[in-house]
Design a protein around this ligand. Structure first.
Ligand code: HEC
Ligand code: HEC
Length: 199
């Protein structure tokens, strides 16, 4: 099984070299099963390790998931708030629980789909959530804060698209974001529009 302490190793890489960073991120394709609460799990439970850690557990009762969610925070310092406990425990008990994990959950994807691109899923698959969360700062700024910064600014899309494709630092702090050169212009636009639409 793969265990990656990605955010930490990235910080070390930055301070050790001091040069422009070239980071090749692992392409993280395994996300948590779709369903109510999956967004929370994808945002909160893939920052330190891959989804395999939970997905490969044999079906477990709710008490097990309650203990895991509490342990990740209490022992390992997971950054989610205690307000998220119920949502996370419910999600894992329903989707990876003793009785229900053979049930195939319907795909619920309320994220905006532009030109056939689901920007949020693309962000999850591309590893954006290793450094970003929707509502709170992680390594990079919260996406809601990015949206607020650019609200009503005409150059918003250009700036955000540039950051995604070229990376950069200095707008939110000294830690650089690596460039993502793999996206088509339509994908960059979809990611940018989704981030800028968050409230
Ligand atoms: C702050 C980092 C961090 C976050 C965030 C995090 N985990 Fe973990 N997780 C760990 C560490 C460290 C281990 C132990 C790894 C090892 O022993 O190799 C672990 C192990 C696990 C295991 C294996 C069983 C165990 O207890 O060792 C499961 C299941 C798991 N995590 C689920 C989750 C779930 C579900 C979430 C979101 C609610 C989550 N993790 C979020 C750090 C984290
Ligand atoms: C390795 C960590 C890391 C990853 C992975 C990452 N970012 Fe960032 N991101 C950052 C940091 C750090 C900043 C703040 C940079 C700065 O201060 O200028 C940032 C800033 C941003 C901004 C704000 C730009 C602005 O003009 O204010 C956007 C938008 C953004 N990231 C989108 C993304 C998207 C989309 C992905 C995935 C394709 C992604 N990021 C992946 C670390 C990361």
């Amino acid at each position: 099984m793969k265990f990656l302490f990605l955010p930490l190793s990235l910080i070390l890489a930055v301070t050790a070299s001091g040069k422009p960073l070239k980071i090749t991120l692992p392409v993280e394709t395994a996300v948590y099963k779709a369903g109510p609460g999956a967004e929370l799990a994808n945002a909160q439970c893939m920052t330190c390790h891959s989804a395999d850690y939970a997905a490969m557990q044999p079906p477990k009762p709710r008490d097990f998931w309650k203990a895991e969610v509490e342990k990740m925070k209490g022992k390992y310092g997971a950054p989610y708030s205690t307000n998220d406990f119920d949502g996370l425990i419910g999600y894992f008990a329903n989707n990876y629980g003793t009785d229900t994990n053979v049930v195939v959950m319907p795909t619920i994807a309320p994220a905006p789909v532009a030109n056939g691109i689901n920007a949020k899923e693309l962000a999850i698959k591309s590893g954006c959530f290793n450094c970003h969360q929707i509502s709170s700062k992680l390594i990079g700024p919260a996406y809601k804060d990015v949206a607020a910064k650019y609200r009503n600014k005409s150059d918003a899309m250009a700036k955000v698209a540039h950051q995604i494709t070229h990376g950069g630092s200095g707008q939110w702090g000294p830690i650089p974001m690596p460039p993502f050169t793999q996206f088509s212009p339509a994908e960059v636009k979809a990611l940018g529009e989704w981030i800028l639409s968050l409230k």
